[in-house]
Ligand binder design. Structure first.
Ligand code: AMP
Length: 121
């Protein structure tokens, strides 16, 4: 899938749409999810055009991959979650339920999060 430069997270990166920013460095931007599923629900995105983790792990330079993963950890520590813990999730493609085609990692925390994934119907 080709990267769509008009996806909503690309527009947030360009400053065309506001976000509730949590963290920013050279590699990543983190902001609160507009429809939170936990007391803490933050999205961490790379500052580069990758559709998903599949695309990112095939194409991205090592420096960006390292910087992005470090940023995810830094966001969690900035939010004070490292002791109690938290959950990371990245939806990829159709079966993953990905809605926004710019790589993002969901960071959930602030309560006991329960089962990892609901049972199938
Ligand atoms: P996914 O299904 O993994 O693609 O998740 C996309 C996430 O982006 C959802 O949790 C949405 O609530 C969130 N979202 C969509 N638009 C915005 C926005 N403008 N600001 C913050 N979060 C958003």
């Amino acid at each position: 899938m080709a990267y769509d430069p008009n996806n909503i997270f690309a527009r947030i990166l360009r400053g065309e749409i506001p976000c509730r920013k949590v963290y920013e460095d050279d590699f990543a931007l983190a902001f609160h999810d507009i429809n939170p599923k936990a007391p803490v629900h933050v999205l961490v995105i790379p500052k580069a055009p990758y559709v998903s983790l599949d695309d990112f792990t095939r194409e991205a330079p090592a420096e960006l991959i390292a910087g992005f993963v470090r940023a995810v950890g830094a966001v969690a520590r900035q939010l004070g979650l490292e002791d109690k813990g938290y959950r990371l999730l990245s939806n990829i493609g159709r079966d993953g339920g990905q809605e926004v085609p710019h790589l993002h990692v969901h960071l959930f925390g602030g309560r006991t999060l329960g089962r990892m994934i609901p049972d199938a119907d």
